[in-house]
Write a protein that binds this ligand. Structure first.
Ligand SMILES: Cc1cc2nc3c(=O)[nH]c(=O)nc-3n(C[C@H](O)[C@H](O)[C@H](O)COP(=O)(O)OP(=O)(O)OC[C@H]3O[C@@H](n4cnc5c(N)ncnc54)[C@H](O)[C@@H]3O)c2cc1C
Length: 446
């Protein structure tokens, strides 16, 4: 089924944005938007100070919609440590020259100009949920509600013990300098060489992303270094997302180029011999792209906010929230959205945008003495390039379950899950992917 047909059947727009209005236009720095910006209302009955930590997909959307829906009496300050944001979404296409890092770079100027968000630059180190304040160094910010959206952190990989080695063996799972390093290594690889990549144990950021990368790299090698191979070492027992699409891509589209090895739990990397030692044996390559296991950033550990159920404290990785508002289960007034949160949905940018809107809506209601919407609905949409001109897609609709306090894939009256994947990659999907991306980034940054 084509994705737009699936969404139509599920009662969604092509952008798949359920939880809030779509702000059309472009998120790129270089393009201009002809769309009228909706005004921030003077008074919605909501009033208070909201701090947002992190200006990525989740934090930026939350800051924008808190103003748009909360109005001028909701003061929103977003604290972000970087001067600009590089989108991970589409960054695999930097590897085949289809995109550039500059073209994937966004800033927050429109958030400030259009919606009156206060932007502060800094690295938040301390959160005091009892006194309701955070610190950037010695600078103190007080809040009534706090939204934490700092993305993810990466586990160390044995053998890659220095910054120099980690830069030499880039994961490129945070788009930026590592992405261009990996692209340059690919270009410098000899024809007949092997590109070895590892897929971390789930859950991790962007479930289809590693398999998408394998396809993009294989496609580029076929056209530029046709004797080369891609080896995918997956720590998981099988493909974790879009299994039909990627199984077809690995076995048919890129047959003879991609070798897929499941259960290849990484033990260490020997940088001298470029060997990845795994539970399935050692594998040597010319370019090594190890994507590490992931967890909540240090900020959340340091401030005692990592609370997932695993009883081994060192193994706790994520933050359990109540997905009706994304409020932390034991820190009132603290909301955690985006990749570090456990909420029953995939860790992905489109979902982060959805979560942010549900959270902004809930905070707006709470700030006017109301209760959050008891049954939020979101959706996830993800496109995966399979070649330089075709893509597949994956989507699901989620509904809140008040017993688990998480989102669950919606079921139809007959019990069928409202989720689906393309199964086959097409040029139409690739074109739709580009439109979806422009719309998603405009909805977030414009
Ligand atoms: C290769 C790749 C492809 C992907 N493709 C897709 C896709 O097709 N579709 C999709 O939906 N998702 C995709 N994703 C996933 C998506 O990029 C992430 O899920 C999304 O960015 C998560 O948003 P976030 O706001 O949680 O984190 P981020 O977007 O990482 O934002 C976190 C922000 O917080 C800031 N920050 C962190 N700590 C602090 C601090 N202490 N103080 C101040 N600021 C701080 C950071 O600088 C950053 O700007 C992809 C990811 C990768 C790696």
């Amino acid at each position: 089924m084509q994705r737009r047909h699936f969404l139509r059947a599920a009662g969604l727009s092509a952008a798949g944005l359920v939880a809030g209005a779509v702000q059309a236009g472009s998120g790129s720095r270089t393009r201009t938007s002809s769309t009228t910006v909706p005004p921030v209302p003077a008074d919605t009955g909501a009033a208070g100070r909201v701090l947002v930590i992190g200006g990525g997909m989740a934090g930026t959307t939350a800051a924008k919609y808190l103003r748009l829906w909360g109005g001028q009496k909701v003061q929103v300050t977003m604290i972000e440590r970087e001067t600009s944001y590089v989108s991970n979404i589409m960054s695999n296409l930097v590897l085949n020259g289809g995109r550039t890092i500059a073209g994937l770079t966004y800033n927050w100027d429109r958030l400030v100009a259009n919606y009156g968000v206060n932007r502060a630059r800094g690295d938040v180190t301390t959160i005091d949920p009892v006194a309701r304040r955070v610190f950037v160094g010695t600078t103190r910010y007080d809040y009534d509600r706090l939204v934490i959206a700092p993305g993810i952190a990466f586990d160390p990989i044995a053998g890659l013990d220095t910054d120099a080695l980690r830069a030499q063996f880039p994961h490129a799972w945070q788009a930026g300098a590592q992405t261009t390093t990996l692209r340059d290594q690919l270009r410098a690889m000899p024809d007949g060489g092997t590109f070895v990549m590892t897929v971390p144990m789930a859950p991790y950021r962007c479930p289809p992303g590693p398999y998408e990368r394998a396809c993009v790299v294989a496609d580029w090698l076929k056209r530029n270094k046709p004797r080369s191979k891609v080896l995918v070492l997956d720590e998981n027992p099988g493909i974790t997302a879009e299994p039909e699409s990627f199984d077809r891509a690995f076995r048919q589209t890129h047959a003879g180029v991609i070798t897929y090895v499941p259960n290849a739990v990484v033990e260490r990397i020997d940088p001298a011999t470029r060997t990845v030692h795994t539970a399935m044996g050692p594998f040597t390559g010319h370019v090594i792209n190890p994507i590490p296991r992931q967890r909540a950033p240090e900020l959340l550990y340091r401030n005692g906010l990592v609370n997932d159920a695993n009883p081994v404290v060192g193994e706790r990785r994520w933050v359990n929230v109540d997905a009706v508002s994304y409020e932390h289960l034991s820190a009132p007034g603290v909301h955690v959205i985006g990749d570090p949160a456990n909420h029953g949905q995939p860790k992905a940018g489109h979902v982060a945008n959805m979560e942010a809107k549900v959270c902004a809506d809930a905070i707006t209601r709470l700030l006017r003495g109301d209760v959050p919407d008891p049954s939020p609905v979101t959706n996830s949409a993800c496109y995966s390039p399979i070649t330089f001109e075709t893509a597949s897609w994956l989507t699901a609709v989620f509904r809140y379950n008040s017993t688990s306090r998480k989102m669950e894939v919606t079921q139809t009256a007959t019990g069928a899950k409202v989720s689906g994947e393309a199964g086959i990659a097409t040029k139409d999907n690739f074109e739709e992917m580009n439109k979806w991306f422009v719309q998603l980034m405009a909805d977030t940054f414009s």
